[in-house]
Design a protein around this ligand. Sequence first.
Ligand SMILES: *Cc1c(COP(=O)(O)O)cnc(C)c1O
Length: 245
Amino acid sequence: MYAEIVKNIAIINGRIQAACKNCGRDPREVKLLLATKTVPAERIKVALEAGYTLVAENKIQEIKEKYEALKEIPHTSHFIGHLQTNKIKNLLAYDVTCLQSLDRFELAAKLNQRLQAKNKTMEVLLQVNTSFEESKFGAAPDDTIGLVKQVAQLEALKIKGLMTIGLFSAETESVRKCFRLLKSIQQQIIALNIPNVEMKELSMGMSSDLETAIEEGATIIRVGTAIFGKRSTTDRYYWNETTKI
Ligand SMILES: *Cc1c(COP(=O)(O)O)cnc(C)c1O
C-alpha cells in the first residue's frame, strides 16, 4: 500500500517529463505539490521520505491533526483551501509558508496585521476563479489586478504569483481556457511592474489536467488522487462552504 505511493509519484514524474518535452519546457520549472486532504499522516510521510516535501492542506483542522506526526520530517507547507478570517492565526502557528488561496482583501489585511505583530512575513498566491463557476472560490478575473494592487501595499505579504482550479471537464480545450486566462492575467500584472509583487508562480493543474496546465505555463502542479488514491469525501466539502456532508 505504501509502495504504491512511491510508484505513483514516479508515474507523475513521467507525466511531468512528457508534458514538458511536448511543449519545450524544462521539467525543473515545474514543482510537484502534494495535495494531502483526507490523507493520513503515515501515508504523507512515505512521500516526504521519498524526497517530495512540498505539501498542502485545505482545512486548518487537518493541518492540526497531522502536524505532530509530520513535523520531524523537514517539509514545506502551503495552504490551498478556503480560509475564514478567524482561522488566520493557525497559518502562523503551524508554519505555513505560503497561502495559495488568498482571494479577498479582508483576509489579506487581517493576515498582514497578524504577521506584522509577530514581525513575520508570508508568501501568498492570489486565487482566481477562472472557470466562473459559483461553487469555486477565488477572485473574479476582472477584479484580480485591483486586488493585487491592494495586497501589494501590505508589507508582510509577499505576492509570488497566481493560483487557480480549472474547470472540471473532460473537454481539454475548456480546461485549457481557464489556464490561459490565468497566464494572461499574470502577463498583465507583470507589465504593470507593481512594487512588492513577484509573478513567477502559476499554481494550476491537478491529477486529471496537469499536462494541459504545464503546456500553459504551470510552475506548481497540485496532485492528490493520482498519488494517494481516491478520496471518500466529496471535494465539494472542501471547495464550497455551503455544502454539508
Ligand atoms: C484536492 C485539490 C487538488 C488535487 O486534486 P486531485 O484531483 O486529487 O489531484 C488540487 N488543488 C486543490 C485546491 C485541491 O483542493
